[in-house]
Design a protein around this ligand. Structure first.
Ligand code: BES
Ligand code: ZN
Ligand code: ZN
Length: 495
């Protein structure tokens, strides 16, 4: 998809033209007035007389019968009597692009870029680009009958302020690259587990350009002492675990070093603590943390933030095969601590324990952010739209939250209540892998904390809910959402 800029001259517009409707009125820009005039007042009378309310992302298309260059005009709602949020605009951009696709137009001219707003020009452009690119997502690789092909090859955003042009173009690029990273993550999540075992995630990491990658295979994982990750992988007779490190170094001197860590369980059957069938249906999604890390590492060389970034993935298939670890088994993590595995379905924390320990032993980083579909309890607490954040650095949590408010990926902090740690006490090992009955999401984070290198600022993001869309959203169909790629990209942009 080609995104570009053009002056709002009626003569230069063909294909489909999108005009914003704000507060129930055609947004009064000279271009909108000209179009309405050329159509004999059709647009304003349509808004006045029909059911069209101009709700956010509501779109109505109106034929122009050759009266202007564009063959259709889209009236695109931006809501009524409310503050315009970034996600409203993102959805409006997405709905416009989807309408242009339905009309089989190769070109969309969008006047959404002409609205009055409080964002920086770069931010407005980023939001519009994100909505546009994210809306085009299809996952039909495994369908015999493919989804209808899109004819939409480009979107021209109309811009009159020449002085904003450079900033706007930068924003379009940021938005497009970020969205493409998220779409890559969606693809990885939506891919059936059969087609993305741990070794395939390793190959994906090796394909990334501008990033140095190392992949440890299962014998090495065992030999180097990553007993927790190795234990999770033992139940899979076909697909052994891998540990992945990726490294992005900016061209200029880095201000800070950060590690992002993803849970990469390519399928979570629960292991011998087997899940009931209903709970297993979406468990190909249990590598969404890893997908977010891959999506981010893929786009970093294009975004070029001044931060050094290490990406880590602990990947295994959690299966109940003959070699599987048993409830009651004791494994030794990379930092030497022993864990009594009482529930083999609490495997994500085991896999991540070794990645976190590895960082502590071999790398000096200022921050660690881990992302994991760690607990069903996160869904109970916050539903499928909000990410749970827990950690040791309030400022970093706030920063992630702020970035998420911009990208439309909501984040909410839960308390890291230390007293719950008492329930992890084991009679035979340093700790058990499960805690008390309640506060499952806090428990998961408390377990991870045991492996976070001391004095390193750390935030854990439990994305069990928002990594998967149960209902479609304007710019995301049911399935993998590609959560956190755009939010972390935004975070690193001005870290
Ligand atoms: N992958 C699951 C968590 C999950 C559940 C993700 C639903 C997405 C949707 C995780 O490995 C798991 O099974 N966690 C257990 C932990 C428990 C045994 C302490 C859970 O949440 O029940
Ligand atoms: Zn599990
Ligand atoms: Zn899991």
């Amino acid at each position: 998809m080609k995104l570009s800029l053009q002056e709002p001259s009626l003569k230069k517009i063909s294909g489909v033209l999108a005009l914003p409707v704000l507060d129930g009125k055609l947004h009064s820009h000279s271009l909108a007035k000209k179009v309405d005039q050329a159509l004999g007042g059709l647009l304003s009378s349509f808004i006045k007389k029909t059911e069209f309310k101009g709700r956010v992302a509501e779109v109505e298309n109106i034929a122009t019968h050759g009266k202007i260059g564009a063959f259709q005009v889209l009236l695109v709602g931006l809501g009524k009597g409310k503050k315009l949020e970034a996600d409203d605009l993102r959805r409006a951009a997405a709905a416009s692009a989807k309408a242009a696709e339905r009309l089989k137009s190769a070109k969309l001219y969008s006047a959404l870029s002409l609205i009055d707003h409080d964002w920086k020009p770069e931010e407005l452009a980023q939001i519009l680009a994100e909505g546009t690119v994210l809306s085009t997502y299809r996952f039909d690789k495994f369908k015999g009958k493919k989804d209808p092909k899109s004819h939409l090859a480009g979107v021209e955003f109309l811009l009159s302020a020449i002085k904003e042009k450079a900033a706007f173009a930068r924003g379009l690029k940021l938005g497009q690259v970020g969205a493409e990273g998220a779409l890559y993550a969606r693809d990885l999540v939506n891919t059936p587990s059969h087609n993305k075992p741990p070794e395939v995630l390793g190959l994906e990491a090796k394909k990334l350009k501008g990033v140095r990658t190392r992949v440890w295979k299962h014998q090495e994982i065992k030999k180097m002492g990553m007993g927790a990750l190795y234990g999770v992988g033992m139940g899979s007779t076909r697909h052994p675990p891998v540990f992945i490190e990726m490294h992005y170094k900016p061209k200029t001197k880095a201000k800070k070093t950060i590690a992002v860590v993803g849970k990469g369980i390519t399928f979570d059957s629960g292991g011998l603590s087997l899940k009931p069938p209903k709970y297993m249906e979406t468990m190909k999604d249990d590598m969404a943390g890893a997908a977010a890390v891959l999506g981010l590492m893929k786009i970093l060389p294009q975004l070029n933030p001044k931060v050094e970034v290490y990406g880590y993935i602990s990947s295994a298939e959690n299966m109940p095969g003959g070699g599987a670890q048993r409830p009651g088994d004791v494994v030794k993590a990379y930092n030497g601590k022993t864990i009594e595995v009482l529930n083999t379905d609490a495997e994500g924390r085991l896999a991540l324990a070794d990645a976190l320990s590895y960082i502590g032993k071999h790398r000096k980083v200022d921050y660690i952010i881990d992302m994991a579909t760690l607990t069903g309890a996160a869904l109970v607490a916050l539903g499928d739209l909000v990410t749970a954040a827990l950690g040791t650095d309030e400022a970093l949590i706030k920063k992630i939250q702020k970035a998420g408010d911009f990208t439309g990926e909501k984040v909410w902090e839960l308390p890291l209540e230390e007293r719950y740690w008492e329930d992890f006490k084991s009679e035979v090992a340093d700790m058990r892998n499960i805690g008390g009955l309640y506060a499952g999401t806090i428990n998961g984070a408390l377990f991870l904390k045991q492996f976070v290198p001391e004095k390193t600022k750390w935030v854990h993001l439990d994305i069990a809910g928002p990594s998967w869309a149960n209902k479609p959203w304007t710019y995301c169909p049911v399935g993998g959402t590609g959560i956190m790629v755009r939010t972390l990209a935004r975070l690193l942009e001005d870290f």
